[in-house]
Design a protein around this ligand. Sequence first.
Ligand SMILES: Cc1cc2nc3c(=O)[nH]c(=O)nc-3n(C[C@H](O)[C@H](O)[C@H](O)COP(=O)(O)O)c2cc1C
Length: 138
Amino acid sequence: MAGTFVLLRSVARYPNATSFDLEIFRSAQRVNLAKGITGRLHKESGCFFHYLEGEEEALQNLLERMRQDDRHFAMQELQRGEFEFPLFTNWDMGFCKGNHACIRQLLGSLPFENAAASVAYEIIGFLADQTPQLSLTS
Ligand SMILES: Cc1cc2nc3c(=O)[nH]c(=O)nc-3n(C[C@H](O)[C@H](O)[C@H](O)COP(=O)(O)O)c2cc1C
């Protein structure tokens, strides 16, 4: 079950929860299941944080498609590595709503755009602890 993981951060073209998020959720869940890719997509304060794990080639193909996607921009890899056992059993998506602290708390005073590799493992831990709730009301 060994493979590659990445933690990505990108800026959402549409900062609030929109029907675009539902589209991403629906197609990604179907494709990722078929490709054996697991992980979490989290949207907060206009940014996407995305942890993906799977077979390296499948992951690379997905990353190339995602780079062409104009529903987000400035996609950056905060962390990449190898795993022996996957952290997740599926792929899902969650939002941080209203005043809930979420990733903001992990970053302290760092602006979202500068969240560095130094906080990557804290973010991954946060995503692994979350029970995602898909809600399109902000
Ligand atoms: C933030 C974000 C995360 C995405 N995550 C995935 C994903 O995990 N899996 C997936 O298949 N598509 C994901 N997509 C959608 C892809 O970018 C792309 O639209 C989809 O793979 C279809 O690509 P194609 O039109 O080239 O076939 C994501 C898009 C965005 C904006």
